[in-house]
Design a protein around this ligand. Structure first.
Ligand SMILES: O=C(O)CCC(=O)C(=O)O
Ligand SMILES: [Fe+2]
Length: 364
């Protein structure tokens, strides 16, 4: 690891585990062997098949926010953030300050990792009791429909929560590259959470303090090309259990779609931008004012696609409930949940839209 002792990978017996997931076939390998075959377990029911409603003409309306202006407290940018979180639950950030080289290194090394032989990648295979490592998460029954993707999932910050055995050491330098990328994301996340604090009527550092410790989990999704993109989904519709998620996608390959007015809108990559979305934590804290929007990924016929989702989350013991000043005269929508319990209960289910948020909702 780098010279900074803070970032050294240390074995830690207390590093948290999350939830078990049933082992399922490696999709990349399946496609390599039989590119024209789609097993039944991947073929979606009619109501889930893409595209439902093509609303791609709305893609250009998803707000693009300048992080450097946002961080200096520009009113216009703060208003944009408020609007984006109410209307879309998603926005893209430019001028985020992460060097192009850091983003590119992450993309290059990750592409190389996924091209390694399966047996090499399986050195980092998810253990049966957890969803960190290389494999598939959220598989809880033999009957459920499966996603057309493989993933590498790692808890990356704080560094003493890492499970070094699950961090790929090939390609050479990959660990340092992941570290540099996710450190950049962490900084962006802290800036964003300060801006969120402001638009949510708190002190600048209010949200960061509420998190106690800002954790980051990285999920790298690999979506192999698919001969029938209209039959499968790369990732099932879901909302993120995070506070916010910061996602890097590839420059020219569409895949991410978000729920909007009953249809699905593509989040088209803006060059060098990062996609940010409101997670369940911010939705609960804001009593539903800011929306943790359902999203999914579709596959492409000719291209594989890789996406890099960083979930910024609070410490396990943090209690999450609507902030009193945001409830005011509104109806109280959510009850108090302990973050670690909420997150684990979500991870023990299949991804199914917003069904996992029910445990935090107050019945009407
Ligand atoms: O691949 C994408 O664009 C979306 C990934 C995602 O939603 C996730 O990993 O939670
Ligand atoms: Fe997501």
């Amino acid at each position: 690891m780098g010279s900074n002792s803070d970032e050294t990978i240390i074995e830690n017996e207390d590093a948290p585990t999350y939830a078990p997931s049933i082992p399922v076939p490696n999709v990349q390998e399946m496609v390599r062997k039989e590119p024209a075959k789609i097993p039944d377990r991947y073929i979606r029911n009619d109501e889930d098949k893409p595209p439902i409603t093509d609303m791609s003409h709305l893609s250009s309306e998803i707000p693009v926010i300048n992080l450097s202006l946002l961080s200096t407290g520009e009113t216009e940018e703060l208003n944009k953030l408020d609007f984006a979180c109410k209307e879309w639950g998603f926005f893209q950030v430019v001028n985020h300050g992460i060097a192009k080289e850091v983003l590119q290194n992450m993309k290059d090394a990750t592409a190389e990792f996924f091209e390694l032989p399966l047996e090499e990648k399986n050195k980092y295979e998810m253990p049966p009791d957890d969803i960190q490592g290389y494999g598939h998460a959220y598989v809880v029954s033999e009957e459920q429909k499966l996603d057309w993707s493989d993933a590498l999932i790692l808890l990356v910050h704080p560094s003493h929560y890492r499970k070094p055995k699950l961090w790929p050491s090939t390609p050479k330098g990959y660990r340092e590259i992941i570290n540099a990328y996710t450190k950049g994301v962490q900084k962006v996340g802290e800036q964003l959470l300060r801006a969120f604090s402001t638009v949510m009527g708190m002190d600048k550092d209010g949200l960061l303090a509420l998190h106690k410790n800002l954790l980051q989990a990285l999920r790298v999704n690999y979506y192999p090309a698919c001969c029938r993109p209209d039959q499968v989904l790369g990732i099932s519709p879901h909302s993120d259990t995070s506070s916010i998620t910061i996602l890097m996608q590839e420059a020219d390959i569409n895949g991410l779609q978000i729920r909007h007015n009953g249809g699905w809108v593509q989040v088209k990559p803006v060059p060098d931008a990062l996609v940010v979305n409101v997670g369940d934590v911010i939705e609960i804290l804001s009593n539903g004012k800011y929306k943790s929007i359902e999203h999914r990924a579709v596959t492409n016929q000719n291209n594989s696609r890789i996406s890099y989702a960083s979930f910024l989350i609070p410490q396990d013991d943090v209690e999450i409930e609507p902030l009193a000043h945001l409830v005011d005269s509104q109806r109280l929508m959510y009850k108090q949940v302990v973050y670690g319990e909420y997150a684990r209960s979500s991870m023990q289910r299949k991804m199914e839209g917003k069904a996992h948020t029910e445990i935090a909702k107050i019945e009407t």
